[in-house]
Design a protein around this ligand. Sequence first.
Ligand code: FES
Length: 636
Amino acid sequence: MKKYKVTFKPFEKTIEIASGQNLFDIAKKAGIELNSSCGGEGTCGKCKVIVKEGKFKAASFIKLSQSEIEKGYVLACQTEPMTDLLIDVPPESIMRKGQKIATGSRAKDLEKLLKNLDKEIKPRARKIALTLTPPDLEDNISDTDRMKRELSKSGYIPERIYCSLKLLRDLNHILREGNWKITLTTIERGNTLEIIGIEAGDTTGLRYGLAVDIGTTTIVVYLVNLIGGKIIDIASTYNSQARCGDDVITRIVYATERGGLGELNNLVISDVNDLVKILTEKQKIDPRLIDSIVISGNTTMTHLFFGIDPKYIREEPYIPAANLFPLVMAGEIGIEVNTDAVIYALPGVASYVGGDITSGVLAAGLNKEEELTLFIDVGTNGEIVLGNSEWLMTAACSAGPCFEGSGIKHGMRATDGAIEEINIDRKTYDVHRGVIGDEKPIGICGSGMIDAIAEMFLSGVIDQKGKIREEIGLPRIRKGEEGVEFVIAWKEETGINKDIVLTEADINNILRAKAAIYAGFSILLKEAGSSFSDVSKVYIAGGFGNYIDVEKAITIGLLPDMPPEKFIFLGNTSIMGAYFCLLSKKMRKEAEGIARKMTYIELSVSRAFMDEYLSALFLPHTDITAFPTVQKMLKS
Ligand code: FES
C-alpha cells in the first residue's frame, strides 16, 4: 500500500498515511478538527480546504463555486491524496470549541432552588455502611447471611435483598479486608433492595455524582457533592458526534446506513469521560467515588449514549426503542467512574421530544403553573410544550439546525469570530456588527441571522417573502455564484479574506426554520382551543435562547408578538433538571409524571401544521395583524 505525507497549514502538522483515506479523516488523525454538518456526505460544504501542492482525486465538487475550484479548494471529506500534499486549512473550516455553551443557572441559585423543591437529598443509589460481627464457631452463618442479618436490623427483609453472583465473588475478601466494616451501594427496585456495589470500610461520607446534559451540539457535566448537593465544578465541550452530522437525522443515518452506531456511541462516551477526567483531576477527586449519574438528552442522543440503534426514530410511525430507560451501571457502557455507579436517564415522551424536554419542563416548573404557559427549547431542533398544572401538550417542529449555522453559506455556531448582532443604518445601509470575542468576523451565528433578517426587513433590503430587493441598487446587493446575496462584511473587514454574505437561499432556510417554530406554537394553541393572548408567559430554554434579541425575533415572526416581559430566558434547563433528579427522589418521580402526562402531537403528518407553516413563511407572517408591534415599526 502506498504511503503519502500530508502537511496542514497553518498548523505546520505533517502526517504520513496509507492511501485510500480522505483528507477529513487524515486531518482528524493529525489532530485537526474540520467543520462538518453532513457527516462526510459531501453536501454541506463546511469542510473546504485548499490544496496548495500535490495531486489528489476528488469524488465531488458540489458545494464549491467555480472560483473556489480554480483557487484549489476541495471538500476534505471527498478528496484523497494521490501524492504528498500541502494543504491550507482556511479559518472558517476549523471547528472552534469551547465558547458560549450554556451551562445552566448560577450554581448557588440552583442549589437554593433545589432546597425549596425538596429538602431531602436522595440520589438514585443509596450507600449503606455496615459493621458486622466477625464469625466464630458459634456464629458460623455465611458471609451473605451475616450481611443480610445486619441489614435486617435497619428494617430490610432478608428475602428481599438481592446480591449478584459477580458481587458475591468479592464479598468474602472485601469483608475481611475491611475488618468487617463494609459499605454497600444499593438501589431499590420495587420491594427489593438490590446491592450493586460493595466496598471495604465506611465510604458514605465521600460521595459524588454527575448531572450530564447530552445535547446534539454540546455536552455539559456538573460534578456534584452528593452529601449536601453542592455543585463542585462544571465542564462542557462540543459533542464530538458533530463530525458525523449536525442534526439528529444525519446522525441516525450515519448510525444505521453507514454502520456508525459504535463510532457515535464511542464519541459521546469519550466526550463524557474526558469531561469527568478534567473535573476530577482539577478537583482532586477519585472518580471511583462517583456513584450516581443522571443524564438528560433528546431521544436520539439518549439512544446513542446507550448504544441503542436509533433507526426506527426516523421511520414512520417514528418509534423509539424506549422512552423510560432501565438503570444502567457505568461499567456496562464504559463511563470511567465507579463501575457500579447507577445511570438514570430522564424519561422522554416520543421520538422527537426526549428527556431533555421533560427535564426542561421540570426545571421551569411548567407543570405547576396555574396559567397557560409556553415553553420552547430552540437548539439544534425546536421543541415546544404548552400547558399548566392540569395538562401538558408537546410537539417537535423540525426547525433544523440552521440557527447553529448548518445550511447557511457563512453560518457558524456561536463561537469566537461569529457575528452575533447586526444593525443596518436606515439611510446609508451601513452594517454595524457585534462579533463574539471581539475579533474579525468569520461567519454568522443564529442570533446574528435573526438580527440580519429583521434589520434587512425593516430597512427594506428584503421584502415580506424574504426576497432581496435588487432594485435598490446597493453595492452590498449583488448576484453571487449562488444567486442574489447581501454583503454583511467586506473581505477586508473579515478574518477569512472573503466577503461574508447572506444569500437568498440562506434567508429562505431561516424563514423555513422560524415558520416551523411559529406554526408549532399555533397548532398547540389551536389543539388547546386557546390563542396567544391566553398565554401568560413564554419560557425560552436552550443556549441559543440566551442570546437572541426578543424584539428582532418578533420582527421576523419567530416569536409571537407579546410584551417583552412575558418572555423568560432560562438557559440550559436540560442540565438543571438533571441536577434536580440527581439529588431528589421526589423530582425523579415528578419527571416521570411529566413524561407520562405530556400529550405528544405529531406535526410532520398534520395538514393543519402545513397550512400554519405556509402562512408563517412570510415576514413576519401573512397575517400581519397578529404582529401589531411590527406593523407599527414598518409604518414608522
Ligand atoms: Fe465535507 Fe460536509 S461536505 S463534511
